[in-house]
Each structure stands twice: as C-alpha cells, then as structure tokens.
Design a protein around this ligand. Structure first.
Ligand SMILES: NC(=O)C1=CN([C@@H]2O[C@H](COP(=O)(O)OP(=O)(O)OC[C@H]3O[C@@H](n4cnc5c(N)ncnc54)[C@H](OP(=O)(O)O)[C@@H]3O)[C@@H](O)[C@H]2O)C=CC1
Ligand SMILES: CC(=O)N[C@@H](CCC(=O)OP(=O)(O)O)C(=O)O
Length: 345
C-alpha cells in the first residue's frame, strides 16, 4: 500500500480526497493536516467520516508529512501551496497540487494574475494534470498541477473542435456556472446562505484568474495563442459546474458531424461521456462522479457551435482528477477508486 498525505484535509477538496482515497484499493491515508484542527480527529471535523476514518489531524509542519507519506496531495489555497511544495519535492515525494500555483508555465503570467511566485523554477517542470490532453506527461511527472474546475470543463468541451481546426479560435465565448463549494469552506460573506440561495450572479467578469489557465490549454490545442471571453456565475447549489461554450465554425457542419468528432476524440476516455443528439448535460447527472458530460449542437442559423459541459467541481474539477493523476503517476489502473456512479437524485 502506498502511503498518502492530504495537506489541507479540512477543506472541501480535502474531504472529497478522503472520500475517494478511502475506497482506493492501493493506497492508505497516512497523514491529514489542518492548522486549525491540529490534534482533532478528522471525523470530528467531518462527521460524514464517523467510524470510517480514525486519523487525527497533524498541524502544518512539512517534516511530519515527509516522515509519514510517499505521495502528497496539497489541497491548500494558492500561495500557501507554493510555500510547501518545493520542500516536499526535495524530500523525494510525488506531489499533486490542487491549487493554481503551478498551473501556468510562464511566471510573468502567474505574477500578473496572482502574486509573485516563490519557486518559478518549478513551473517548467510541473505537468498540467488534464489526463485527456497531457496523459503521457502526467505518467512521468513528480509534480502535477491539478487543473482548476472551470478550466477542466472548458478544455474538455473545446478540445475536439480546436484539435481538428473546426472552429475559429478567435471567436470563443465561455459562460460557466459553479456551485458554491467551488469557493471553499472558509467563511466569506459571499458564500453565506442568504447571499447565494435564490440568487444567480456573474462575477469576475473579464478578469477571472482562470482566464489565462484556460487560454494556455486552448492555445496548446489550437497550436497558436488563443484569447477568450470567460464569464463565471455562482449557482445556488452545493456542487457542479455547467459551462456553455460558443464558437464560430470554420465551415458549416451538422450536429451529427460534430458529435462524430467528439465520439472519435473521447472513444477510449473512461471519464468523458458524449450525450446523444437532442440530449444535453445536467450537473445533477454527474454529481459525486469523475465524469465530464458533453453535449453538442450546431446552430446553422448563426454558423456557430454550442458545447455544453457538466462536471462535479469537487470531483473531475478537483479531487477525482487528482486521484486520476495519482493513478497515472504510480502506474495504477487510471480509474482505480473512481468508478462510482453519480449520485442521483
Ligand atoms: N473547491 C473547489 O471546487 C476547487 C478548489 N480547488 C483548489 O483546491 C485548493 C483547496 O480548495 P478547497 O478545499 O476548496 O479550500 P478550503 O478553503 O475548503 O480548504 C483549504 C484548506 O487549506 C488549509 N489552509 C488554509 N489556509 C492555509 C495556509 N495559509 N497555510 C496552510 N494551510 C491552509 C485549511 O485548513 P487550516 O486553515 O485549518 O489550515 C483547509 O484545510 C485551493 O487552491 C482551491 O482553489 C481546485 C478546484 C476546485
Ligand atoms: C465558485 C467559486 O468561487 N469558484 C472559484 C474557483 C474554484 C477553483 O477551481 O479554484 P482554483 O483555481 O483555485 O483551483 C473561484 O471562482 O475562484
């Protein structure tokens, strides 16, 4: 059994990692950290784990993590992650970082959208952990930058079209909606029940920090720099992201032709499902699973294609994708621990 640690186990992605790893046949959860809950049983922090997980939380000392585990998931806010990742790598650990700290290859771009980077030398080495696009690089990585939730939903929606040159990369507009768990578990006014319930609003318009991350992947797929309009919205649900992506077709194509391209692209992918014509994804049908569901419609009137994608932000958008990456890095079956059906209703 491989010993794994979750640094930042008391957050939403932390508890989702615990839920998935507890059912993984080849790993043992050996260490969980939280500064505020150090010394407390994790089941006292999350009663969902009662009588199943009997570990107490360690504090934030990296030395303890290094002593107890071989593979480390860092589920910390950005900036906090880059304060610990270099020491973990120097100690010979494999690291899957769920934060944004190692996702952008260019330190200047990171610094323009986030803050000064304290280990820019690692940006060139880190592998962007979207297996459907970078699988072979992930297999050999010691540091995987697990993608953001919105960027995962957008890249998988547009990859088949960009790779085949079917759309004009200068015409992309993306409109995404996320459940509130995307904002994490720390207390913030914007996440309060009365602020979110029965409301629906856009935020980060024309300046959301996932914009350069999405553009980096779409640029790789298009073979040239890409710019997008990206508008996220906050949905009054716990989990789920629905992204609606619009692009101009280079030549007129029917829905059936476009669906054939999607089916060909994802034929062997265990976690991407393409809806049949006339059916579109819904966050309710991917909940708690590692699936990304895709639906495609050609609008012959406007010459545009509309792709709708749905993921669970905490699973394919975070912890599930992190486990998928761990499986690749360790040579395990890619879907180990991730085969559960979505929870519906
Ligand atoms: N929620 C989501 O849907 C997604 C989140 N992510 C990313 O994953 C990471 C974790 O997200 P999420 O679980 O939602 O966040 P939460 O706010 O729910 O949890 C953050 C965790 O990090 C710990 N922590 C907070 N600040 C620090 C610090 N300065 N130093 C050390 N530990 C700290 C917290 O515990 P304590 O304060 O006790 O130490 C807690 O365990 C973030 O980078 C997030 O952006 C990525 C994709 C999707
Ligand atoms: C609803 C909500 O607030 N979502 C978060 C994105 C969550 C995520 O994926 O963030 P990371 O890039 O840090 O991993 C946001 O908009 O910042």
């Amino acid at each position: 059994m491989i010993k794994v640690a979750i640094v930042g186990a008391s957050g939403y992605t932390g508890v989702e990692l615990i839920r998935l790893l507890a059912n993984h046949p080849q790993v043992e959860i050996a260490c969980l950290t939280s500064r505020q809950n150090a010394g407390e049983q994790i089941a006292a922090v999350f009663p969902s784990l009662l009588e199943r997980i009997t570990l107490a939380c360690d504090g934030s000392e990296t030395g303890v993590v290094i002593e107890k585990a071989d593979v480390v998931f860092t589920a910390l806010p950005h900036q906090a992650a880059m304060a610990v990742v270099p020491d973990l790598l120097a100690a010979g650990k494999k690291v899957i970082d769920l934060s944004a700290d190692y996702r952008l290859r260019d330190a200047a771009v990171y610094e323009a959208w986030y803050q000064k980077h304290s280990s820019p030398e690692l940006l060139k080495e880190a592998v962007y952990g979207l297996p459907e696009i970078y699988r072979e690089q992930v297999r050999c990585a010691r540091l995987v930058a697990n993608p953001g939730c919105y960027p995962t939903s957008v890249a998988l929606a547009l990859a088949p079209l960009l790779k085949r040159g079917l759309i004009d990369p200068a015409s992309l507009i993306v409109d995404s909606k996320s459940g509130t768990s995307g904002a994490g578990r720390s207390a913030k006014v914007g996440s309060l029940f009365c602020e979110v319930n029965e409301g629906f609003q856009a935020y980060g318009v024309a300046k959301h920090r996932h914009t350069p991350e999405i553009e980096q992947t779409l640029g790789d797929l298009a073979g040239k720099p890409v710019m997008i309009n990206f508008t996220p919205h906050l949905l009054p649900v716990n989990r789920g992201i629905l992204s609606t992506c619009y692009a101009s077709l280079q030549e007129s194509r029917t829905t059936a032709e476009l669906l054939a391209a999607f089916r060909e692209e994802y034929a062997d992918e265990p976690f991407v499902r393409v809806h049949p014509a006339g059916s579109l994804p819904n966050v309710a049908y991917v909940r708690a699973s590692n699936y990304c569901d895709l639906g495609v419609v050609s609008d012959s009137r406007t010459g545009r294609v509309i792709v709708v994608s749905a993921i669970d932000n905490l699973v394919k958008g975070a912890a599930g994708q992190a486990v998928q990456n761990m499986n690749l890095m360790l040579g395990f079956e890619e879907s180990a621990g991730l085969t559960g059906l979505p929870v519906f209703p």
